[in-house]
Design a protein around this ligand. Structure first.
Ligand code: ATP
Ligand code: MG
Length: 411
């Protein structure tokens, strides 16, 4: 991509109306733009990162047998009345049509996926089924001040599993948990997993995937020796206590952001929609469902919270909008021709590169912007670099002078 073609711009200063690092940097660097509290537009650079994250998730969901769909965001009120969500869910956006009919904007999709799967499934032989989508969700959130960590409109991957019995469900549940950890790890994050039973009336287990960050909205306790972790909201223990699991470590209190969670839904939704299959003996069975969410846009924000310095963002390679940020300094024709050759060579090798080819922009400005954008490798061509290219990794201060062949070999 040519920088001169990009319609967006970076800002000299971080926006004053944002309080979190993720929002300040993402807006300043021109990755997102705020439409109103909790609602952001994704700009060309931000969208590239979002797509990378989505593709990592897609790959891992496909590995465990997920089938991707894309469900509507606009739902008939009846579906939400069927499950009592219409009256019980306070974040549900409700819309009245001029015809008098009521609609809801999807805050989750059990109300759509359950009747949809019911349409196609007849027999126990059709199960299990794992369906997922990556889509916008709408929630009337009151505290939308954490940048893209909490939106009123936000991206989510939601998967739903339909199993014949609890044993099959638990098998998949375990696989999904592993796949989740893999997703976060591929995004450069380590997630701690809290285990909680879902309320008084059930023994159902749910897991929350928590990434430690000051910008998070959850408080957790985790063991300094084993993987034990619990949300402070429901904990009977406190910071400093001996770990109830390994009995060796101590519990540490930390702020965290929930980047994903998985729930055992039991047969609540299959019963609500009267969705059953006949088992081998011809007996009615209501499928056991699970739901599996990842906050895709929140995840992007958490990555920025974790990977930045005083100059800007420092993207992990796996989600960076580009692999290389090429900068040509000065408007000398020789320099520009050389940069053009390098740019084309990199593109020819399938390397994603943004070339700051702008004229009459100072070296200081170009280099500061490269730091702000946070692409892992910066290449500089100027009349000082002669037949070499200046190579620097975003996270290090070391500068090397390399030939283009040496650079290509190192990639
Ligand atoms: P939270 O406790 O943070 O409100 P939740 O329990 O409501 O989350 P789910 O309904 O299970 O979350 O949604 C799945 C995932 O979607 C969450 O783990 C989180 O990563 C993300 N998420 C939830 N609400 C928001 C939001 N308002 N903005 C951005 N991401 C969100
Ligand atoms: Mg919520």
């Amino acid at each position: 991509m040519l920088y001169s073609n990009l319609f967006t711009r970076t800002r000299k200063q971080a926006p004053k109306d944002e309080v979190t690092v993720n929002a300040k940097l993402l807006v300043q660097a021109g990755f997102v733009s705020k439409l109103m509290a909790g609602v952001y537009s994704f700009l060309p650079l931000g969208l590239r990162v979002l797509r990378k994250i989505e593709n990592i998730i897609r790959e891992e969901m496909d590995v465990i047998g997920g089938q991707e769909v894309y469900l509507p965001a606009l739902h008939p009120a009846e579906n939400w009345k069927t499950t009592s969500g219409w009256d019980k869910i306070d974040v549900l956006f409700k819309i009245k049509s001029r015809t008098g009919k009521d609609y809801a904007l999807g805050q989750s999709h059990e109300e759509v996926i359950t009747p949809l799967v019911k349409e196609y499934v007849r027999s126990y032989k059709d199960l299990p089924i794992y369906v997922y989508q990556i889509q916008s969700k709408y929630r009337d959130e009151l505290r939308a001040k954490s940048g893209i960590l909490r939106g009123k409109e936000f991206g989510m991957k939601d998967m739903y599993s339909f199993d014949l019995n609890q044993a099959d469900f638990l098998k998949f549940y375990k696989q999904a948990k592993k796949a989740y950890l893999k997703v976060f790890q591929r995004c450069g994050l380590t997630a701690k997993v809290t285990e909680a039973s879902g309320g008084d009336f059930s023994q159902k287990i749910s897991y929350e995937f928590m990434v430690l960050t000051k910008a998070g909205e959850d408080d957790i306790l985790y063991c300094d020796k084993c993987e034990y972790c619990i949300n402070l909201d429901i904990a009977k223990t406190k910071a400093g206590d001996k770990c109830p699991k390994c009995q060796i470590g101590r519990l540490i209190k930390a702020r965290a952001s929930e980047v994903g969670n998985v729930f055992d839904l039991g047969s609540k939704y299959s019963k609500d929609f009267n969705f059953y299959v006949l088992d081998e003996k011809g007996k009615k069975v209501y499928p056991i469902m699970g739901c599996y969410g990842i906050g895709v846009t929140r995840l992007l924000g958490v990555i920025v919270e974790k990977y930045h310095d005083e100059k800007g963002i420092v993207w992990p390679k796996t989600v960076s909008p580009f692999q290389i940020h090429l900068v040509s300094l000065g408007d000398d024709n020789k320099v520009k021709n050389k940069a053009l050759r390098v740019y084309q060579e990199l593109l020819g090798k399938g390397i994603e590169v943004i070339w700051d080819d702008r004229e009459k922009v100072s070296a200081g400005e170009k280099l500061a912007e490269a730091d702000l954008l946070g692409v892992p490798i910066r290449l500089v061509i100027s009349d000082k670099t002669k037949d070499k290219i200046e190579y620097r990794e975003r996270e290090s201060k070391k500068i090397k002078l390399l030939s283009s062949a040496e650079i290509l070999a190192s990639l």
